[in-house]
Design a protein around this ligand. Structure first.
Ligand code: NAD
Length: 245
C-alpha cells in the first residue's frame, strides 16, 4: 500500500478528525509561507521586527510597511484544492474542525464551517487600548494613505487581529486542544511545526490515541509520531485524496 493509499484509508475511517493547517496550505493560493528555504518571508524580513508585539510597539511604521504589502497579497487570494477538500471532508462528517495557523480566512471562503483561527485573522484589527474593532477596508485605507492607524475613540495604535510573537493565543486555542484530545484522526497539512504551542497539538493528539498523518514538502520534528507521512506537494496530494473520498 502506498502512503497515499494509507492516507485515504485513514481518512475514510475518520469520524472525529481534526486538521491542523499551516502556511503551506495557502502557498498554492499565491501567499508566501514563512519558512520555505528559497521563498519564505523570513528569508527577507526579521520576524522580531515585523511580527512581534515588541517590534510593533517600538516601530509601528516599519511594521505597517511590511503589513501593507502583506494585505495586498492576502486580499486577492482564492482558496485552492486543499481548502476545498478539507471543506468536503467536514461535510462528509469525517472532520470535526480545521485548526489553522493561517490568518488568511481561506478555509472559511472554501466552505469549512468549524474553523479555529488560533493565530487570529487579518480581516479585522483592534485598538490595543480600548479594544475597538476596525475592518480590513478601514485599515487598508489608512495604511495606504501613509497614516498610522490609530483608534478614533482613544487615539491608541490599532493592531491587526493576528497573534504576534510575544502575545498570548486567543481563547479559541483551548477549544482546539479540546477537539484534538477527542480526535480519532489528526491530519497536519503544510506546517513546519516549529511554532509553539500550536505544534504541540500533534503530541496531544498522539497521546490521546489519534492516528496522525502529516503532509508537508519538508520533514517536521513530529514526523516520527505519524503513522502516515508524505513529503509531497499538497495540491497534487489533496486532489488525489479528494477524488477518492
Ligand atoms: P511555515 O512557513 O513555518 O511552514 C510552512 C511549511 O509548508 C514548510 O515546511 C513548507 O515546506 C511547507 N509547504 C509550503 N508550500 C507547500 C506545498 N505547496 N505543499 C507542501 N508543503 C508546502 O508555516 P507554519 O508552520 O504555518 O507556521 C508559521 C506561522 O506563519 C503561523 O503562525 C502562521 O500564522 C503564519 N503565516 C500564515 C500565512 C497565511 O495565513 N497564509 C502565511 C505565512 C505565515
Amino acid at each position: 500500500m502506498s502512503a497515499l493509499d494509507r492516507l485515504v484509508a485513514l481518512l475514510e475511517g475518520a469520524e472525529r478528525g481534526v486538521a491542523l493547517t499551516g502556511a503551506g496550505v495557502s502557498t498554492e493560493s499565491g501567499i508566501p509561507d514563512f519558512r520555505s528555504p528559497s521563498s519564505g518571508l523570513w528569508q527577507e524580513h526579521d520576524p522580531m521586527e515585523v511580527a512581534s508585539l515588541e517590534g510593533f510597539r517600538r516601530e509601528p511604521r516599519r511594521f505597517y510597511e511590511f503589513w501593507g504589502h502583506r494585505f495586498g497579497a492576502l486580499a486577492g487570494a482564492q482558496p485552492n484544492v486543499t481548502h476545498h477538500v478539507l471543506a468536503k471532508l467536514e461535510r462528509q462528517g469525517k472532520l470535526r474542525a480545521v485548526v489553522t495557523q493561517n490568518i488568511d480566512g481561506l478555509h472559511r471562503d472554501a466552505g469549512s464551517e468549524t474553523v479555529l483561527e488560533v493565530h487570529g485573522s487579518y480581516r479585522q484589527a483592534r485598538c490595543l487600548h480600548c479594544g475597538a474593532v476596525y475592518s480590513l477596508q478601514e485599515m487598508e485605507r489608512r495604511v495606504k494613505s501613509g497614516r498610522l492607524p490609530v483608534c478614533d475613540a482613544c487615539g491608541e495604535l490599532v493592531k491587526p487581529d493576528v497573534v504576534l510573537f510575544g502575545e498570548e493565543l486567543p481563547p479559541v486555542f483551548r477549544e482546539a486542544e479540546r477537539l484534538t484530545e477527542r480526535a480519532d484522526v489528526f491530519l497536519v497539512l503544510g506546517s513546519s511545526l516549529q511554532v509553539h504551542p500550536v505544534a504541540g497539538l500533534v503530541a496531544v493528539a498522539h497521546r490521546h490515541g489519534a492516528r496522525v498523518a502529516i503532509v508537508n514538502r519538508e520533514p517536521s520534528p513530529y514526523d516520527e509520531l505519524a503513522e502516515v507521512v508524505l513529503h509531497a506537494e499538497l495540491g497534487a496530494t489533496m486532489r488525489a485524496v479528494g477524488s477518492r473520498l
